[in-house]
Design a protein around this ligand. Sequence first.
Ligand code: G1P
Length: 292
Amino acid sequence: MEIRKAVLPVAGLGTRFLPATKAQPKEMLPIVDKPLVQYAIEEVEASGIPLAILVTGRGKDAIEDHFDVSFELEHMLAGRGKEQLLAQVRSISRLVQMIYVRQKNPLGLGHAILVAKDMVGEEPFAVLLSDDIIDARNPCLKQMIDVFSRYGSSVVAIQRVEKNAVSSYGIIKGSAVADSDWSGRLFRVADMVEKPDPRDAPSNLAIIGRYILTPSIFKELSSTRRGAGAEIQLTDALRRLLVKEPVYGYIFEGRRYDAGDKLGFLEATVEMALKRPELGKPFRKYLKGLKL
Ligand code: G1P
């Protein structure tokens, strides 16, 4: 079955980036010159998914405006002969089709997904957390759709992390699947736990913000009680799902940045800037000149 819909929870308060996020959504913070959420939407499009469902909240209007047509701006750029900028601005409003739904209570990631239930319906769908930027030749979500096409079950993106970092993630316990197409990258998940103490973690395989989920997750979500951080956790619902149907963990190919964390945000900014044709050379020169 095809993956036609992607859910992006964007209602979070962004407290880790205060005061920058006092009056603007954290998803609009730019890496170089592009907001975080645009990286995610571009990955949705590049993965062949035509519709994005954004689960928003109060104070998030800028996201909607960003992906809308800006008549005044286009008119002004056209009048000034700024063709390249005009094309760039236009292309943003021509990305995938988008619908918005509000999460009225900040009850966590699992709750945000549940809010999108009626818009998703009875079909498998993708979830992207825009804090996680994944730079990959073949988009991470596309890689996961390929796994889904073979196995027809839910797939979570995973990555090995330092043992002492496990308490920031959902951590899986899994056994490697013998499949030569994804040798050493694919795991059948036996259990998972949200943000464990390093002493209790079942592995160092951490869930990263990309998921392909079967619609049966909604039933589990609707009866999942609040867990870590007093929030309804997607990890807890997946844990219940995996006793009923298979769930896979997939170590994706690509470089992931945790842009939800200040250090990760800076790493993404530096590395993405170095990759830009117009910026790379002078920026590298500048960095080399720093007396560190
Ligand atoms: C969420 C999930 C967690 C996952 C992480 C990936 O946590 O709950 O399982 O490992 O995203 O970025 P958050 O970072 O929103 O606290």
